[in-house]
Design a protein around this ligand. Sequence first.
Ligand code: SF4
Length: 480
Amino acid sequence: MDSTAVSRAVTRNTPAAITPSGAIPKVGFVSLGCPKALVDSEQILTQLRAEGYDTAKSYEGADLVIVNTCGFIDAAVQESLDAIGEALAENGKVIVTGCLGAKKDADGEDIIAKVHPKVLAVTGPHAVGEVMDAVHIHLPKPHDPFMDLVPEQGVRLTPKHYAYLKISEGCNHRCSFCIIPSMRGDLVSRPVGEVMREAENLVKAGVKELLVISQDTSAYGVDIKYRTDFVNGRPVRTRMTELVQELSKLGVWVRLHYVYPYPHVNEVLPLMAEFSNSSSAYGNVLPYLDVPFQHAHPDVLKRMKRPASGEKNLDRIRAWRSACPDLTIRSTFIAGFPGETEAEFDYLLDFLNEAELDRVGCFAYSPVEGATANQLNGALPDALREERRARFMQVQEAISAKRIKRHVGQTMKVLIDGVNQDGGIARSYADAPEIDGNVFISPPQSVSQRAAYRTKVRVGEFASVRITGADGHDLWGDLV
Ligand code: SF4
């Protein structure tokens, strides 16, 4: 370990952006520790420079100082603590990053906060984004005439009140009907700190519902061995349960899509069970799981090369519902896959009747160019695939209609997507945007109700609705 390399106050002569007051904000930098820490320092300095900050030669010339620390052995800890103390004494505005930032003493307390309570912010290692967040707070960014046109949460195509949060790209599976891995490659998970920073920015921008998406949400972090990252200075593993726990603290709805039925999905059910339609706190993990089962018969699933065993899925659904009785389960299926026998299809219908899923989509199998399923024997005629899809939907429609009726008489919390002269168009925890149903809020019945209605039924706001009616997909109700 090389804990003694100290590089101070990198200077550059290239021009930097000028703030409205005419001054270029200057950051002093103290870099301690091993080559990995040095790379972190380089990345932070690169980002500072990219955003128009300059670097200072001395403590006096700096508007703020960043100290990148080492915490490997006692001598390195002491050296880091001394460097922080010096920067505080000489400059006063200090942000600390690096390994010591993540270290606790024997009492479980953060070492830096204890020894140097005056530091402005502390992060762990590999935390360029968090360091930059702290810099932005304590030394606002120089104006950038190009980037400043882009909102902090990026450019989004969804309405202001909900947003998709992509946590990974690609997929490690090789389902025989799918060509996504050949187009997007193997699973690449975004570190949890990066995902959480995006989520926080979205919430700051007014988003009330985050929809977690990926190709396989349950596999989040597998590719990086669930590596620990930092969320606001705290170590957090890059793993589905830990991510959901962090998202649940943001005070907005969190909805999970593309969750494969692996055993560890059980870990998020207690968080979903905490959701309450009657509580005044709206922040919660919604009791909603989008689980793409695709089929139920083990032999068809084998030909599909699907992850997660078909035989145990009924048991899993029962366990989820017993942990969270309000759970809404959405899924998709394929009817008429190559070689699907009448018996295998009947098995699928039996599964539907047993599982009583809430929301279901079904596609008649259709070959995709490049998919390995195209080489399977036993392709079914188009008409038979379509006929099975229609039979499937007939069975499922009765189940969905029965399931949705349980909400009649309940008071549900809804998020309002639209308002017109016929009333409000909203969604409950059981409805993902675009793919599920709606809750239609009746218009005010009297002149005296109009003012309250106008205040409460507004796009992007939550409201409480007493459910009075249901069809197979949608609910109707009155504002409470
Ligand atoms: S269908 Fe299979 S291979 Fe395709 S993205 Fe989903 S899990 Fe991956």
